[in-house]
Design a protein around this ligand. Structure first.
Ligand code: ACM
Ligand code: ZN
Length: 766
């Protein structure tokens, strides 16, 4: 960007400018190229020669008497004025004639549908045509992305007059899906009201039109309910062991302000009031609506919690109906999201009231009790003219009549829902969970998302309303949200808005790169597009060497590395091609952009030991989804990281690990060490016991070491533990390692009774 300095004796050009005329101001570049970098991509863009220049006294004409059209014009004019210092005004025209300036014009054109628009920019006029106010609004959002970057600044920007130009073009555009949403979890982490409004702006700018506002959680109740003040007084705050209190809530006035703000930007705010599960914060305030009576504290731990609303107690329904009554009055959305996911049935199983309900209603089990719960809430909400949306668990035990299903555990829920004539919204963990790390769900992955699943009939496609990206916030306080949502939401916006035909990631990616300048201007702290650097490694068993390659996740990155354990810096070796390592080493890699560290460091440990590359026989088969590097993974000399999906961990589902290694000849063995992982929230447990035996002939083994381990309910964090057995010079050709897995999740675990995992990366024989 070229920068020039001007002495501002031309202040008269900028109506409304009160600066001292001698001030020296750094103006914006005068000749930013008139790029057209639109995200999401319109159906048709034809760029034409020439440009339209915004004049200080320009008028935005609104040719209908619809208040929403006028508001759209006001938003555009106010924004133009605040960044240009001009006095653009908006007026209502009476005769429908097109004028010089900007025109918002209603038409009757079936091709444009409810939200489509046609935008024509000539040297003298901008004309946005649409059937309704939503289309006019989206036309202005496209225009916004065609304006100079200085438009995005909230404060006065000095751009020489010729800078305020818009490229001549004709654009026609209609969305593919009507539901283009983002879930923001303000339960786990509270986001302040201004931040929520900022996100509404960002959604609207990218033609997204639903904010799914997750307002209640085990860890916090965020919406004021007048009839039950303790919901926010108690339920809005959680206290950590060290006494730290965390929380916050939205008053009803705040909620009304957010909803009104969103309405002007054509964003429907859909509140989620979770039931029957994820309700510990509410029960901390009103324990009488639980099965046990409590007491409870607002949860500080993430995960799925067993205390849920009692389905056998009539008063629970009165309580929830009162809450929903106030909620319905605050939101103009025709939908209320009632959650319905992850509701453990333990308390209902043990509760006499819940069991009496099951009997009285002739229900088969607790799953049907959940269905009864949801259907009862649905019937109540129908009396308020609201429909329910629920997570795909609401399919279990029978679906409520008019429910819309939000499919998150893959696309199966959506398929089942639409095949039975229900509407569905898709947000599968595979593509739409923006709390997931970029290494699992990168920009390309989101861009390849197809919301219409295979396996549904053509006449059912209309029931796929659209999709959402889900920003859960267990590990994402407010100041990290931008870096998780952006740039991935650009891909989701395009998947949900743009035509599927001719879609190309490479072409999209070029527009994203161009769009960053605008996001920078707005102050969006976007994160990486993909894992900046990935280390690939494989063992050449014959040569006992590792071939190490590095992959860059983005264009224009410089990758540097070390293998002496030191941190790679600006002067470390630059990666130019695969590297061979033939000794025990720690390889570290770091991406740089423009000479600055970019993203996190990656590291990988290589061990050359007595079993490296030797023959190994596995008694039980590892799971196909977690193969490590294949049959030889446990003797490939490559350690796993603390990411169980890094490609170096081998996972066993409900079975033990037994490996017999043939060292080739009788060898003196000093120690045998095996690496295992624990990741309780993903049901991966360390083994209960590790036994090492050796043998000369491969048939008679003698035990040389046994190590015990106990996993308790306090073993919460993710870690890698080496089980190391001193073997003290035992001699043998064969080494057998037996690791007894926990196999079934223990009673204290959310997955109690289900199979759990045993993960191993390497058996090191020294
Ligand atoms: C969900 O992620 N539990 C809907
Ligand atoms: Zn109960």
């Amino acid at each position: 960007m070229r920068k020039i300095f001007l002495v501002l004796n031309v202040c008269f050009l900028f109506a409304g400018c009160h600066l001292n005329s001698t001030a020296v101001i750094e103006p914006r570049a005068s000749a930013e190229p008139l790029q057209v970098n639109l995200v999401p991509k319109p159906v048709r863009v034809e760029l034409l020669p020439g440009s339209f220049r915004i004049e200080p006294d320009m008028v935005v004409y609104v040719q209908s008497s619809d208040g929403a059209d006028l508001e759209t014009a006001q938003l555009l004019a106010e924004r133009l004025n605040s960044s240009t210092g001009f006095r653009v005004t908006e007026i209502r025209s009476t005769n429908g004639e097109e004028m010089d300036g900007i025109n918002l014009k209603r038409v009757d054109d079936d091709a444009l549908g409810e939200e489509g628009y046609r935008l024509s920019v000539t040297k003298t006029r901008v004309v946005i045509e649409a059937n309704g106010s939503a289309g006019l609004f989206y036309g202005t959002q496209t225009l916004r992305q065609m304006l100079p970057l200085a438009f995005e600044s909230a404060s006065l920007q000095f751009v020489p007059m010729e800078g305020w130009q818009i490229r001549c073009a004709v654009i026609e555009d209609v969305p593919r899906f009507e539901w283009r949403g983002m879930l923001l979890d303000c339960g786990r982490h509270f986001m302040d009201k201004e931040f929520v409004k900022r996100y509404i702006d960002l959604l609207a700018m990218h033609k997204m039109n639903r904010l799914h506002w997750h307002l209640t959680e085990d860890q916090g109740w965020r919406i004021e309910i007048k009839k039950y003040p303790k919901l926010t007084e108690i339920g809005g705050w959680r206290t950590y062991q060290d006494g730290t209190v965390y929380g916050g809530y939205y008053s009803q006035e705040d909620v009304r302000e957010v909803v009104a703000y969103a309405k002007k930007r054509f964003v429907m705010v859909v509140p989620e009031i979770e039931l029957p599960g994820h309700s510990v914060a509410a029960l901390a305030a009103y324990p009488e609506y639980s099965c046990t009576g409590g007491p409870f504290e607002v949860e500080t731990k993430w995960g799925v919690h067993k205390d849920v609303y009692c389905a056998g107690n009539e008063a629970t329904f009165t309580f929830l109906q009162d809450i929903l009554t106030e909620t319905c009055e605050l939101f103009d959305s025709p939908y209320i999201h009632i959650g319905g996911d992850e509701c453990p049935k333990d308390r209902w199983h043990d509760c006499s009231k819940c069991q009496a309900r099951i009997k009285a209603e002739g229900l088969k089990d607790e799953h049907e009790l959940q269905s009864y719960f949801i259907q009862r809430i649905e019937k109540f909400l129908q009396t308020k003219n609201k429909s329910i949306i629920g997570w795909d668990e609401i399919l279990e035990g029978g679906l409520a009549q008019n429910a819309t299903v939000q499919s998150w555990r893959g696309m199966g829920g959506a398929i089942e829902a639409v095949n039975s004539g229900h509407d569905a919204i898709v947000s599968p963990t595979s593509h739409a969970y923006f709390d997931y790390d970029i290494s699992t769900t990168d920009l390309r992955k989101v861009y390849t998302f197809e919301p219409v699943p295979d396996g549904i009939a053509n006449d059912k496609v209309k029931h796929i309303l659209g999709g959402e990206c889900n920003m859960w916030t267990e590990r994402a306080p407010q100041d990290t949200i931008d870096s998780k949502v952006f740039p991935r939401i650009l891909a989701m916006a395009e998947v949900l808005w743009s035509d599927k035909q001719g879609r190309s990631y490479e072409e999209f990616y070029q527009r994203v790169r161009g769009h960053y300048d605008r996001l920078d201007e707005i102050g969006v702290k976007y994160g990486p597009e993909s894992r900046p650097v990935t280390i690939h490694a494989k063992l050449d068993a014959k040569a006992k060497e590792f071939e190490v390659a590095m992959e860059s996740g983005e264009e224009g990155l410089e990758l540097r590395y070390t293998f002496d354990g030191s941190e790679p810096g600006k002067n470390s070796d630059v990666y130019t091609g695969p590297i061979t390592i033939n000794r025990t080493s720690t390889f570290k890699a770091q991406a740089f952009r423009g000479g600055k560290v970019y993203g996190g460091m990656e590291s990988k440990e290589f061990i050359v030991h007595k079993a490296t590359g030797k023959d190994v026989k596995l008694t039980n088969k590892y799971h196909q989804s977690y193969k490590g590097t294949g049959d030889m993974s446990v003797v490939d000399g490559i350690r796993g990281t603390d990411n169980f999906k890094d490609g170096f961990w081998q996972g066993y589902d409900g079975v033990d690990v037994e490996a017999v290694i043939d060292l080739g000849r009788v060898t003196k063995i000093n120690s045998v060490k095996a690496g295992f992982m624990q990741n309780i929230s993903t049901w991966i447990f360390l083994p209960k016991q590790v036994v090492v035996s050796v043998s000369q002939d491969g048939s008679t083994f003698s035990e040389v070491a046994a190590l015990e381990h106990e996993t308790t309910s306090k073993a919460g964090k993710v870690y890698v533990k080496d089980f190391e057995a001193a073997v003290n010079g035992a001699k043998g050709r064969y080494v057998k390692l037996f690791a007894e897995g926990v196999k079934i999740c223990p009673a204290w675990h959310p997955g109690a009774g289900n199979k759990c995992w045993l993960f191993i990366d390497e058996i090191v024989v020294e």
